[in-house]
Design a protein around this ligand. Structure first.
Ligand code: ADP
Length: 200
């Protein structure tokens, strides 16, 4: 069985930067955020289920998901979030499992901002946390997305606290320097994962 590494970290911690580096080493990466978008694309059974659950208003005139309308609805109706997650989470999980299974690199990475929060770490054999202080998270995420600091702080508050993720992760890389420093820290881990993939 292929060795599966779960890679996580809060918003702006450097998850994408790390996973791009691993991809550069020839490692297949399954991104839970991308899968979450794929399962609600037009024509997907999950989108139909959402439409049947909430009504036709969830679709835009072109038949694609009206994310803003759904977001507003969930904000007003706390139960709606649960209903939506009951539809989307199993579909996301199924697709992640399929994509991990189809990957052909020596080991495979599942990158997810909510790896622990959504129990996706259960799909992996080992976890790596890309860690950064809240100040760095805010500085990086705000310069990347031009999101305002309030929004980023809200996202951080909704994610599992950093300290708890540190307790759960098998490996931790503190991304507090230049990008090259991050890559230097990832190299020995990559070698360990390669070695481990040979024995699994
Ligand atoms: P995440 O995927 O965890 O939200 P990203 O990997 O997208 O975070 O990083 C957020 C932003 O900060 C990106 O623009 C990225 O290029 C930048 N970044 C990440 N790590 C570093 C670093 N060590 N030095 C400088 N910029 C960084």
């Amino acid at each position: 069985m292929t060795f599966i590494l779960g890679l996580t970290g809060g918003i702006g911690s450097g998850k994408s930067a790390a996973s791009q580096w691993f991809e550069g080493q020839g490692i297949a990466v399954v991104d839970a955020d991308i899968v979450a978008r794929e399962v609600v694309e037009k024509g997907q059974p999950t989108l139909l289920q959402i439409q049947q659950c909430f009504g036709d208003w969830v679709l835009q005139p072109d038949g694609t998901l009206d994310r803003q309308a759904l977001r507003d609805h969930i904000f007003k109706e706390p139960n709606a979030r649960k209903q939506l997650e009951q539809i989307t989470h199993p579909a996301i999980r199924k697709s992640i499992i399929q994509q991990l299974h189809n990957a052909t690199s020596p080991y495979v990475i599942l990158v997810s901002p909510l790896l622990f929060e959504t129990n996706q770490h259960e799909l992996t054999q080992h976890t790596l946390l890309i860690d950064a202080s809240e100040e760095l998270q805010i500085a990086r995420a705000s310069s990347r997305d031009r999101q305002n600091i309030d929004q980023i702080q809200k996202i951080i508050a909704a994610q599992m606290p950093r300290i708890q993720k540190q307790k759960m992760a098998n490996d931790i890389v503190l991304n507090d320097g230049e990008l090259d420093h991050l890559y230097e820290k990832l190299k020995p881990l990559h070698l360990q994962y390669l070695a481990r993939s040979e024995t699994s």
